[in-house]
Design a protein around this ligand. Structure first.
Ligand SMILES: Cc1cc2nc3c(=O)[nH]c(=O)nc-3n(C[C@H](O)[C@H](O)[C@H](O)COP(=O)(O)OP(=O)(O)OC[C@H]3O[C@@H](n4cnc5c(N)ncnc54)[C@H](O)[C@@H]3O)c2cc1C
Ligand code: SF4
Length: 336
């Protein structure tokens, strides 16, 4: 029986493994964390349908039925990868007939954008931390109390030459709209302001969500970028921005600032590029063989990609790539 190693047990890797098992192959999933699910384990409700992330992951775990043909190695990091072997950080080498890399993305470190005061001032949080607060049903200010004015800043660590992240992270505009709606559901009297450069609502139902945020929830959208954040004497945050539609400078005090952090490529991709001869894009994401008909195939025979290892994507797209990668592996194995 042919054996495939899937590296990364996020939604893309889980879906790829399910499909390979369904087609009668033996699969080993290597996951560096203690549990499968990847970043989605940390999210609350998924755009655009507000489906609980837990529900999606339970369905995926159910699909990944335990069988003798499946091995799951959690708490294991893959270090060196070839088409026929994967070396773990323990030094153990596993043999296989093909490899799928589904190691996902890394969240941008908001501390790098010092001007927004993350890690310096209270109540400056990231979108990932807000998801955690939603999950714990505990959205609050640092010293207790609920926020009455909230700003959400788009493009933090994306589309930003200064931090070498020129790409658009694709999912953060819609995440910002979803989080604004969730905040308004929790605090109907609060004012929520989204500061954006452009609103990029690329998926089905996204534009409708954006309109609903304005018409049904009265979320305010300001076209402009915050240049500076400082604390006020009464524990608020003063933000300075330019409204790029009117060309006027703008000053505003808020209780909470949410930074929509971008999706950046993994540091590990550099090793893949240097040691495994895999090609990477200027953004650091891995380079698929072709953008149209070979988007889950790498430039090295027998190594495949699934999910956000090659670019920012939403959950649906990452899952679909899991299926596509499994099919590409099977087609390739049938020829070899
Ligand atoms: C703040 C935020 C909110 C989001 N909300 C939504 C939403 O509501 N709806 C939506 O559709 N999308 C959302 N997304 C996008 C979603 O998170 C991604 O589409 C999804 O996580 C991609 O899955 P993946 O499997 O490609 O990668 P990941 O989720 O990153 O999973 C990769 C896995 O690989 C593992 N791994 C990495 N390196 C190694 C290694 N060397 N060895 C072993 N294991 C390794 C990691 O531990 C991880 O478990 C959001 C993104 C962000 C940033
Ligand atoms: S999706 Fe929106 S917030 Fe995210 S980088 Fe692109 S334009 Fe900026």
């Amino acid at each position: 029986m042919k054996h495939v190693i899937v590296i990364g047990g996020g939604v893309a890797g889980m879906q790829c493994a399910s499909e390979l098992l369904r087609q009668g192959l033996a699969v080993t999933i290597i996951e560096k964390e203690q549990d499968l699910g990847g970043k989605v384990r940390n999210w609350h409700k998924l755009f655009p349908t507000f489906t609980p992330a837990d529900e999606v992951l339970s369905a995926m775990r159910h699909r990944l039925k335990i069988s003798n043909n499946l091995k799951i190695r959690t708490g294991c990091q893959a270090t060196t990868i070839t088409a026929n072997s994967v070396t773990l950080c323990s030094g153990e080498e596993l043999k296989c007939d093909a490899t799928v890399i589904a190691t996902g993305f890394t969240l941008f470190d908001a501390q790098i954008k010092e001007e927004y005061g993350y890690g310096i001032y209270d109540n400056v949080i990231t979108s990932a931390e807000l998801e955690q607060m939603f999950n714990e049903n505990n959205v609050h200010l640092a010293h207790g109390g609920t926020p009455k004015r909230i700003a959400i800043l788009h493009c933090v660590g994306s589309r930003d030459e200064k931090v070498c992240q020129r790409h658009c992270s694709k999912v953060c505009c819609v995440t910002g709209v979803k989080q604004a709606i969730e905040l308004k559901k929790l605090f109907p009297a609060a004012d929520v302001f989204n500061f954006y450069m452009d609103i990029r609502m690329f998926g089905p139902g996204y534009e409708e969500m954006y309109r609903e945020a304005q018409t049904a929830y009265n979320v305010h959208f300001v076209r402009g970028r915050i240049s500076e954040v400082s604390p006020t004497f009464n524990s608020q945050l003063q933000i300075k921005a330019e409204d790029t539609l009117t060309g006027r400078p703008l000053k505003m005090s808020v209780d909470m600032l949410v930074l929509l952090i971008g999706m950046k490529s993994n540091e590990h991709n550099i090793t893949l590029r240097n040691e495994c001869n895999l090609l990477a894009q200027p953004s650091g994401f891995m380079q698929p063989q072709d953008s149209f008909i070979g988007n889950v195939t790498s430039n090295v025979d027998g190594i495949f990609y699934a999910g956000t290892i090659t670019a920012p994507k939403n959950v649906g797209e990452s899952i679909n790539e899991g299926t596509a990668a499994a099919r590409a592996v099977i087609e390739w194995l049938n020829k070899h």
